[in-house]
Design a binder for this molecule. Structure first.
Ligand code: C5P
Length: 405
């Protein structure tokens, strides 16, 4: 596991001199937005393609280039020693040759040599250079040493050329970088995750909803993906973008979520129900916008109970053919303040829902929902505490997956 705090990683992004360097800016941005601490080390040729101020602004850190800057803080090895992972994007044919032979005549070379962190490279070059026996041999050597190679793809290259050698897209490089540093303990597993808050329509423009932002469910999807799982994310309303590299299925209402879960659960090794599902829906959904002129000063809404999807899943009613040994994790978002009483509520819920694990989080006007941080207690089906986690939602997600594993 990474030495950074919780889910936050220290990532060195090496940028070498190819036109795809402009796309490295997007990679740096994705890493920063995902909450990681990014230090860019750019070769002098990389800086002919993309400006240092751009990289410093996007990475929110100083950009290193020169071996003879920051000598007092021993920068030529410090970055590499502290890194949880190093990713070089783009990696030119020249930089791959240097890496293969351990050359360290620039800050990127010393950083890589001084590091024991996983190394990911995203090659980018013209097809002839990519297919040249020297590059092929260098890459084979790097692969043999455990370097992960992402891409290249086939597509437009510099000028009018089209062919193999186009750098992988930033999202794909991000996924490969995070996967390199996480344990692959969910490899080959299929995990179904629900996230966000359902919306139950009243008329074509209004709905009954809840304050779930989907952040915890999305973080679980990201974390499971990075640990090697094939993830299906059933997303009710999300306030954050869904992660790259998961199969996304969008739903609106609790009933739509039930249909999606019934379908996907038949193929899942684990189901994590992080979505905030409405317990009730309006009895009548108006075809046209409800008018206050017609409703008057007071209007009563009649609500109907939604099915309890989680209960229906564990009882076998929802997806009768679900795999034997499927692990089901439910969530309980509770406002109870007393620590003993909230645990009692969660224990009762774990038993009633028939889950293998229940993730309890306290929610309120200012906690749990829609925030970046979370604090949870994980109970098993008998109500015993098997895990606790607090911090950003990605680290909480990893702790929940530790329990699942
Ligand atoms: O009963 P409560 O809503 O507190 O239970 C929360 C758990 O049950 C969550 O995992 C949620 O996704 C799930 N749930 C469900 N169907 C409902 C209501 C909640 O599956 N109708």
């Amino acid at each position: 596991m990474a030495s950074g705090e919780g889910g936050r990683l220290r990532v060195v992004v090496g940028i070498t001199g190819g036109i795809a360097a402009y796309k490295a800016v997007a990679l740096v941005r994705l890493l920063v937005l995902a909450g990681h601490d990014v230090s860019v080390v750019a070769t002098p040729s990389a800086l002919r393609f993309v400006g240092k101020p751009t990289l410093e602004a996007i990475s929110r850190n100083e950009v290193g280039t020169d071996l003879y800057e920051g000598v007092a803080e021993v920068r030529h090895v410090a970055l590499g020693q502290a890194a949880d992972v190093i990713v070089i994007a783009p990696a030119t044919a020249n930089s791959l040759a240097k890496l293969a032979h351990g050359l360290s005549d620039d800050l990127l070379g010393t950083t890589v040599l001084a590091s024991s962190a996983p190394l990911v490279v995203a090659p980018a070059m013209h097809t002839e250079m990519w297919e040249n026996p020297a590059t092929v041999a260098n890459l084979a050597l790097l692969r043999e040493r455990g370097v992960r190679v992402v891409g290249p793809g086939t597509g437009a290259l510099t000028g009018k050329d089209v062919g193999a050698g186009r750098m992988a897209e930033p999202e794909e490089i991000l996924a490969a970088t995070l996967a390199a540093v996480r344990p692959q303990d969910l490899a080959g597993r299929r995990i179904l995750i629900t996230a966000g808050g359902t919306r139950e329509p009243l008329d074509p423009v209004r709905f009954l909803g809840n304050r779930s932002s989907g952040r915890q469910g999305v973080a679980l999807a990201e974390a499971a993906r990075d640990r090697g799982a094939a993830v299906t994310l059933v997303a009710a309303h999300l306030e954050v973008p869904p992660p790259h590299g998961v199969a996304l299925h969008q739903v609106g209402t609790a009933e739509e979520l039930a249909v999606a879960v019934a379908g996907f659960a038949a193929e899942a090794d684990a189901v994590i129900m992080a979505a905030a599902v409405a317990d009730y829906r309006p009895a009548v959904v108006a075809d046209a916008k409800l008018k206050k002129e017609a409703l008057g000063e007071e209007h009563e809404l009649r609500l109907i109970r939604n099915p309890d999807i989680l209960r229906a899943l564990t009882s076998g009613e929802l997806a009768p053919s679900r795999p034997a040994g499927q692990v089901v994790i439910g969530f309980a978002a509770e406002t109870e303040q007393d620590p003993e009483r909230i645990l009692a509520v969660a224990r009762e819920k774990a038993a009633r829902k028939g889950v293998d694990f229940l993730v309890l989080n306290r929610v309120g006007w200012a906690e749990g929902f829609a925030t970046a941080e979370n604090a949870v207690t994980v109970l098993d089906g008998h109500g015993s505490i098997v895990g606790e986690a607090a911090g950003d939602k990605l680290s909480v997600a990893h702790r929940i997956l530790d329990v699942l594993v």
